[in-house]
Design a protein around this ligand. Structure first.
Ligand code: C5P
Length: 215
């Protein structure tokens, strides 16, 4: 049957959050990384990229740690080296709330198409500011916000990363690289609870969600 490797880039410095390396920030009494490791306890392997100076924490037997790179993309490239699953799920450590129904949708979609990511609608009016002033408004209905986990056939993602390296592409997610390869990426409905803890005020929201989260 299909095996799954989860790749967790957790090597960011958390500059915008201002609390040190983000993966080790606590929410509901546990680190963001611990939330993610628990969510993927079922996976065949979980590979985590940590900041260079970080001490690997105690973790379940399916988890391996390695040193991340300067950029998120480099961290994922390193995680991919030596990954063994037929399918890889790339998931930001900064997203502690993994919704099982979304993972189910991703695994179904990836089996059919080779690449799938979760998206959510843009809730606010979306503009392009012009020198600090109100600029043109985009039609928000035409846009979507992209979350993780992102699911790929491992060999497809490896090829996309090779292409990125060869062309010097740097992207904020893996799906961009797969698309650059000319390969279609399926969209599945995401879930707003899978938001990325990025700014200090996100922690209040995360604390509130942690209290009611069904583990
Ligand atoms: O900075 P941002 O919030 O977009 O980072 C997304 C994820 O990528 C985080 O989980 C972060 O730890 C990870 N990352 C990484 N290596 C880097 C930069 C970010 O693993 N060099």
């Amino acid at each position: 049957s299909t095996t799954v490797s989860v790749l967790v880039p957790a090597a960011g410095q958390g500059t915008r959050l201002g609390r040190g390396p983000k993966a080790f920030v606590r929410v509901g009494g546990r680190t963001l990384l611990e939330w993610v490791l628990e969510a993927f306890a079922w996976a065949d392997e979980v590979r985590v990229a940590l900041p260079p100076e970080a001490e690997p924490p105690a973790a379940p037997a399916n988890v391996r740690f390695l040193e991340g790179g300067e950029e998120r993309q480099e961290s994922v490239a390193r995680l991919l080296q030596g990954a063994r699953g037929d399918v890889v799920l790339v998931h930001d450590a900064a997203r502690p709330f993994v919704v099982p129904a979304v993972v189910d949708r991703l695994l179904q979609a990836v089996a059919a198409g080779g690449a799938a990511v979760p998206v959510v609608p843009v809730p606010d009016t979306l503009i392009e500011p012009e020198e600090g002033r109100y600029g043109p408004a985009l039609d928000r209905g035409r846009y979507a916000l992209v979350q993780t986990p992102q699911a790929f056939f491992r060999e497809l993602l490896a090829e996309a990363h090779q292409l990125a390296r060869a062309r010097g592409l740097l992207a904020t997610d893996e799906a961009q690289l797969v698309r650059a390869l000319g390969y279609p990426v399926e969209l599945v409905p995401g879930d707003r609870r899978m938001f990325k803890v990025t700014f200090p005020e996100d922690l209040a929201l995360a604390e509130a969600l942690a209290r009611t989260w069904d583990r």
